[in-house]
Design a protein around this ligand. Structure first.
Ligand code: F6P
Length: 333
């Protein structure tokens, strides 16, 4: 009987459990055994793995996070990869299904150098992997950003304030841009943008002059601000850019501001229906590839179609958010 090891590498996201469940159910169909590896490759090296049967994945579809746990550890060094190779032989594992984002890709490519087969299933709220339109977790995180903006909107309006809202997801810009578009942001700053301070001030001033006495400014993590803004605000390079922006707007327009970092509220919680569906589909495809012995492929989504891409493609490239979406969002500032 063939046997796969399934594990999560890197940060968690909503929908991982749906992916694990689908991998187990599809494997049973093809008489493939699934070993659930706890806490990523770190767990494998510590022998934290067990066979997953149908009952083990019952009742987890709607749960956020991952029942297996995860770890940021990426096997890189010779001795780590040799140890993983030995564990693979010891446990009779034919190949791995690796769930995750960039760290998962890096791990899979490192394993490939040692002839350890795997398949990648993209799972990251950042949605910035080059080989897929959607990664598991993005749509749920996007909902969280949108809901947060809706909530912040009403209090911003009551107090006539500028609200600065910080998102995760850099440097691809997906959560900030899509979240901003869906949540009606009045200005979005992503980490790949070169901020034009005059444009920011002009936009907010124009809103106030036209009777809209509040603004929502979305700023992605990792934004680097122009030196002159930091200096003018008498801030240091360590000051959170989101706060610098607040100080800057206050300085220029004398409007009260407040700051919210959405932080981990974006990454946790119940997966959206679409995340459950794409997780189920992509894991099913991964198991189909295992059945065919077609390893060293990443599965993905092109629209609603599940795809497979060989590892020889440039899997590590960052996929920036579409320029036209950014332009479209600006129309509503
Ligand atoms: O990988 C998803 C992500 O949300 C990134 O956008 C962010 O940089 C990172 O996780 C932060 O994770 P942590 O604080 O757990 O290291």
């Amino acid at each position: 009987m063939r046997r796969i090891g399934i594990l999560s590498v890197g940060n968690d996201c909503p929908g991982l459990n749906a992916a694990i469940r689908s991998a187990v159910v599809n494997s049973i169909e093809f008489e493939i055994e699934t070993m659930g590896i706890k806490d990523g490759f770190e767990g494998l090296m510590e022998d934290k793995l067990d066979v997953l049967v149908r009952n083990d994945v019952s009742g987890i579809l709607h749960l956020g996070g991952t029942i297996l746990g995860t770890s940021l550890f990426v096997p890189e060094k010779d001795e780590e990869l040799v140890e993983i190779k030995n564990k693979t032989i010891q446990y009779g594992i034919t190949g791995y299904v690796i769930l995750g984002g960039r760290n998962a890709v890096r791990s899979a490519l490192n394993l490939q150098r040692y002839g350890i087969p795997s398949i990648i299933v993209p799972a990251t709220i950042d949605n910035d992997l080059s080989f897929t339109d959607f990664s598991i977790g993005f749509i749920t995180a996007l909902e969280h950003v949108t809901e947060a903006l809706d909530v912040i909107h009403s209090t911003a309006e009551s107090h006539h304030r500028v609200m600065i809202v910080k998102t995760m997801g850099g440097p691809g810009g997906w959560l900030a841009t899509f979240g901003g578009l869906a949540g009606g942001a009045d200005f979005v700053i992503t980490s790949s943008d070169v901020l034009n301070p005059d444009e920011l001030v002009k936009t907010i001033k124009h809103r106030y002059e036209s009777g809209k006495r509040f603004s929502l400014v979305v700023i992605e993590e990792g934004v680097k601000l122009p030196e002159e803004i930091i200096d003018e605000c008498k801030c240091s390079y360590e000051t959170d850019p989101a706060q610098v922006i607040g100080i800057y707007i206050n300085k220029k327009l004398d409007i009260e501001w407040r700051y919210t970092n959405l932080g981990y509220t974006q990454r946790g919680g119940t997966p959206s229906s679409m995340d459950r569906i794409i997780a189920t589909q992509m894991s099913a495809k991964a198991i189909e590839l295992v059945k065919m012995g077609k390893f060293y492929h990443a599965v993905g989504m092109k629209g609603f179609i599940v795809t497979e891409v060989p590892y020889s493609d440039t899997l590590l490239n960052v996929r920036p958010v579409d320029y036209y979406i950014k332009q479209l969002a600006k129309l509503f500032y």
